[in-house]
Design a protein around this ligand. Structure first.
Ligand SMILES: *Cc1c(COP(=O)(O)O)cnc(C)c1O
Length: 236
């Protein structure tokens, strides 16, 4: 079996085993293959091996690759920092979920573009749970307030929260942040904000997805665990 298929099988087994141990249904998690830096052929191999959702973090790269895919997929997820001048290009790719809405400014710009096209868009609000300056995301403290403000924008539908854990060798260090994001989601859900559903908790990457599952994640974004290490600077 080619390596990508092998990796996918192995990761799927680990996820299934952990969900079983947690008493959660096998289909309670959406697995997103993060395809950034990997060529179209690798993405197609993943789709043929049973991956249904793909994620990219740069609009330019997604524009270059997604239209070339000849294997069908269920959903394209945008997971990177979105700049306002890239919004229209991103919308041509019909993202199932834009997971990385990190400011009221970009939410308003996106809402305006959608309004002009008579479209609505499902989004997640990205929370910078670890408060690292190198990361995008609304601060933990301001997240609920921002959800209220975005909820008032008619073309956006908030479907949950997304976060990135600590880039640490020890996933246990990220556990408290995952747990805080789950609690924040529950708190926001209880506020009954019109049009807002805390359906997705997108947390967990290659180094911390098992911990994320234990803390209630139902959407994993995995790159290197499926495709191997990324090489930047070369052909992307
Ligand atoms: C790159 C990336 C991932 C996947 O990272 P891996 O550690 O390779 O699994 C997940 N989420 C976001 C937002 C990313 O940019």
């Amino acid at each position: 079996m080619p390596p990508i298929e092998d990796n996918i099988r192995r990761v799927q087994d680990k996820i299934a085993e952990r969900l079983d141990r947690l008493g959660r249904a096998a289909d309670s998690v959406t697995l997103i293959a993060v395809t950034k830096t990997h060529p179209v052929e690798a993405v197609e191999a993943a789709l043929r091996a049973g991956i249904a959702h793909i994620g990219e973090n740069k609009v330019q790269e997604a524009l270059r690759k997604i239209p070339l895919l000849r294997v069908p997929y269920e959903g394209f997820h945008f997971i990177g920092h979105l700049q306002s001048n890239k919004i229209n290009n991103l919308l041509t790719l019909k993202p199932l979920l834009i997971q990385s809405i990190d400011s009221l400014y970009i939410a308003r710009e996106l809402n305006n573009s959608l309004g002009r096209k008579n479209l609505t868009q499902d989004i997640l609000v990205q929370v910078n749970t670890t408060a690292e300056t190198t990361k995008s995301g609304v601060s933990f403290e301001n997240a609920a307030e921002m959800v209220w403000q975005i909820a008032a924008l008619p073309c956006l539908r908030i479907r949950g929260l997304m976060t990135i854990g600590l880039m640490s060798i020890d996933p246990e260090r990220t556990r408290p942040y995952f747990s805080q994001l789950r609690e924040l989601g529950e708190k926001i859900e209880k506020q009954g904000i019109p049009g807002v559903k805390m359906e997705y908790l997108s947390m967990g990457m290659s180094d911390d997805y098992l911990v994320a599952l234990e803390e209630g994640s139902n959407m994993l974004r995995l790159g290197s665990a499926l495709f191997g290490a990324r090489e930047y600077g070369g052909r992307q």
